[in-house]
Design a protein around this ligand. Structure first.
Ligand code: HEM
Length: 421
């Protein structure tokens, strides 16, 4: 293990993680992620209790944690037993504000709705998007000041992914930051600091629904159906009769799916390269590594820490019996650091063999629809960065992290850019 990796691993949380009784471990506690203290807890669970029962807290209720790579894979690919209908986060949706979305549905409805939006990421469409993304990425990078502190999250990661999302929805471009706000609000809790109350959250999401309703009405009546996500939903056989909440639910899915995740991979990549400077050197010497580096960054970052399932019947996983009705968290963030499957998993190794061997996009029928689009955005931003800078972009201090055990990401990360080439 490199010095950098050792330093990274030397976490003061280790003693605590190993001294508390196993039964008291609650890895869904969002402060562990905000304070970046979760690693030793997962390491301990993988070794001592790979399928672990926790009482959780008042938000989550009791749940099982599946923490090893192969066990996660077996749950994720068994949708007949492990259902998505109960929701994908440990916190249940409120009965009086339910947002149906196809990621939280089982077949056949899931399959029908997924088919409606899949053409957006068909290879032909991705090829058409490439030029737009490259041009926008270049412009974002050209406008950054050099030699002074800049918030990379806001100026680059959010900006690029939000512009992309506006394109996918054919959303009014100047109003695109509304999408960033709705994405943040959708996954916010009262403790996150993003919203002050649940009432505020609902009000903002309903505003989002109203706004998109206007776009729907515009598109549904268009003579030629457009090639954007709203037109696809408005004309799709299994989606055109959705009620307002189901429309909102699916919008939120596409907004969060297309935004937070890629955003946090853009920030996470730069952070990781700063943690592993030898890798940054390797990259600068050989930009041809980028296509290999991108999936490695997505593994290392794991932008969605887990997905939840609910057992439809009693089932055995890793020697434990999960009872019908119980919640199960598949901790991708832990499976991606499973040393029995991935060599030196805590390290970023940009020329790693088989870099796509990771769980960040899930597996089975819900495997991420946008995976190739996300990879393309990351590839382009790094290609454009390397065209402009032949010295490392320096992360100035530890980033501020999101207070969530679901979205694993960054609020703010100050960097300094060297002079351009
Ligand atoms: C599903 C991760 C980018 C749209 C998922 C799932 C994960 C994930 C973990 C659930 C998999 C499962 O349950 O087995 C990521 C990561 C991304 C990313 C890490 C970026 C690095 C995107 C983008 C889009 C997107 C750019 C938008 C176009 C979706 C949708 C689903 C999904 C619609 C639901 C699929 C289904 O239920 O069938 N994603 N995602 N994602 N993602 Fe992504």
């Amino acid at each position: 293990m490199s010095d950098a990796a050792v330093k990274y691993e030397a976490d003061e949380a280790r003693d605590e993680a190993y001294s508390i009784p196993l039964a008291e471990i609650n890895v869904a506690d969002p402060s562990l992620f905000r304070d970046y203290k979760m690693w030793p807890y997962f390491e301990r669970l993988r070794a001592e209790a790979p399928v672990h029962y926790s009482q959780g807290n008042e938000d989550t209720g009791p749940y099982w944690s599946v923490t090893r790579y192969n066990d996660i894979m077996s749950v994720d690919t068994n949708h007949q037993v492990f259902s998505s209908e109960g929701g994908i986060t440990l916190r249940d949706q409120d009965e009086d504000f339910k947002l149906p979305m196809f990621i939280a549905m089982d077949p056949p409805k899931h399959d029908d709705q997924r088919k409606v939006v899949s053409p957006i990421v068909a290879p032909g469409n991705l090829a058409k998007l490439e030029g737009t993304i490259r041009e926008r990425a270049g412009k974002i990078l050209d406008e950054l000041p050099t030699g002074e502190p800049v918030d990379w999250v806001d100026r680059v990661s959010i900006e690029l992914t939000t512009q992309m999302l506006a394109t996918l929805f054919d959303f009014p471009f100047e109003e695109r930051r509304k999408l960033t706000r709705w994405s943040d609000v959708a996954t916010a809790t009262e403790e996150s600091g993003i919203i002050e109350s649940e009432e505020q959250r609902r009000a903002e999401l309903l505003e989002c629904a109203e706004y998109f309703m206007g776009l729907w009405n515009e598109r549904v009546n268009a003579r030629e159906p457009g090639n954007d996500l709203i037109s696809m939903l408005a004309h799709g056989e299994s989606t055109r009769n959705m009620d307002k909440m189901e429309y909102l639910g699916n919008l939120i899915l596409l907004i969060v799916g297309g935004n937070d995740t890629t955003r946090n991979s853009i920030s996470g990549g730069l952070y990781a390269l700063n943690k592993f400077p030898d890798q940054y050197k390797k990259l600068l010497a050989n930009p041809g590594i980028i296509p290999n580096m991108v999936p490695e960054i997505i593994r290392w970052q794991t932008p969605l820490a887990y997905m939840r399932r609910t057992a439809l019947q009693d089932a055995e996983v890793g020697g434990q019996t999960i009872r019908k009705g119980e919640k199960v968290a598949m901790w991708y963030v832990s499976g991606n650091r499973d040393e029995s499957v991935i060599q030196n998993p805590n390290e970023l190794v940009i020329d790693r063999e088989r870099p796509r061997q990771h769980l960040s996009f899930g597996f089975g029928i819900h495997r991420c629809v946008g995976n190739r689009l996300a990879e393309m955005q990351l590839r382009i931003i790094w290609e454009e960065i390397l065209k402009r800078w032949d010295q490392p972009i320096r992360v100035l201090s530890e980033p501020q992290r999101v207070h969530s055990s679901f979205v694993k990401g960054y609020e703010k990360m100050m960097v300094e850019l060297p002079k351009r080439k």
